[in-house]
Design a protein around this ligand. Structure first.
Ligand SMILES: Cc1cc2nc3c(=O)[nH]c(=O)nc-3n(C[C@H](O)[C@H](O)[C@H](O)COP(=O)(O)O)c2cc1C
Length: 281
């Protein structure tokens, strides 16, 4: 059973992408913890593979100029898809963010990176099996205490601190009419990181359930991974307000539907369900 320690709610609120690091590997015991978690995700979800790299981040990130250049990182995480189903990318986002929030709790910084890394060198470093796709990487470690001018420039360019209002990500319903737990859950979802901060997730109320889809015209790039990340954040918010549940399949155009379960039972059945949710706090 996947049981992260409490503290994800705070991690959701504290997390920011960091791109400048202190040129030292992440502590071994933290890497061990993340590695164990990654192994458990791999067992539970055979279509994804996560690698916790103790060193080698310089080979992944070095020498790329422009948007998002990562500096000084030694350790890293790699998020690998073993199949090309859209669901796999959703899982990469969901479980990848679980690692990101765990790293945050351990005092380590991260930054989801889908574009600004050296793909060929990274694939060689990771010895990908045939059919595997390297979806994203992240530096992992202690960031420099204060954001550098360059980091400020990147986050300003990206508008990284800006988030859409609840009414924008829930276009068909007045957020003020929602039960408190749904509002908290959506607030947490809205704080999720996304590729170039596009925030492509849109939510729709379906009774006491909540559906997620990609906003019209935003389905390219990292949209599905972004929605997987937002789904974990949603669950963290719901749990904070005492509501557990699972994300399960939903009809198109939706990617998934959150089904609340106040009995907090653990889902182990269909592979189409995101497992482990009820244990997030
Ligand atoms: C799937 C994904 C891919 C991303 N790819 C990159 C990237 O290639 N380079 C980069 O510098 N940042 C990348 N980011 C980080 C986003 O720019 C960042 O999450 C967004 O601007 C919001 O800022 P925040 O994470 O500090 O809240 C990515 C984020 C996500 C979720």
């Amino acid at each position: 059973m996947l049981r992260p320690e409490p503290g994800f709610y705070e991690a959701v609120h504290r997390r920011v992408s960091r791109r400048n690091y202190l040129l030292k590997p992440a502590p071994g015991h933290d890497l061990d913890e993340l590695e164990q978690l990654a192994a458990r995700f791999g067992e539970a979800e055979p279509e994804i593979r996560f690698v916790i790299g103790r060193e080698g981040a310089d080979r992944i990130f070095q020498g790329r100029a422009g948007y998002g250049m990562i500096e000084g990182a030694i350790s890293f995480m790699a998020f690998i898809a073993k199949t090309d189903h859209a669901d796999t990318l959703l899982r990469i986002g969901y479980y990848g963010e679980w690692l990101v929030l765990t790293a945050m709790k351990l005092g380590l910084s991260t930054c989801w990176v889908a574009g600004t890394f050296k793909r060929a060198a990274s694939e060689a470093l990771l010895s990908l099996a045939p059919g595997e796709e390297l979806v994203c990487v992240s530096p992992l470690g202690e960031a420099v205490p204060e954001k550098t001018l360059k980091e400020f420039a990147i986050t300003t360019l990206m508008g990284s601190r800006k988030r859409k209002k609840l009414g924008e990500i829930l276009p068909e319903t007045d957020p003020e009419t929602l039960p408190a737990w749904q509002k908290t859950a959506l607030e947490c979802a809205g704080m999720a990181p996304s590729g170039i901060n596009l925030q492509p997730w849109r939510f729709s109320v379906n009774g006491d359930r909540m559906r997620i889809r990609i906003a019209e015209g935003k389905s390219r790039g990292t949209a599905v991974v972004d929605c997987g990340i937002a789904m974990l954040h949603f669950l963290v918010g719901a749990r904070h307000d005492g509501v557990s549940g699972i994300w399960t399949v939903a009809p198109e155009p939706y990617l998934a539907e959150f089904v609340p379960d106040r009995s907090a039972s653990f889902s182990t059945s269909s592979a189409s369900q995101m497992k482990g949710g009820p244990d997030v706090q």
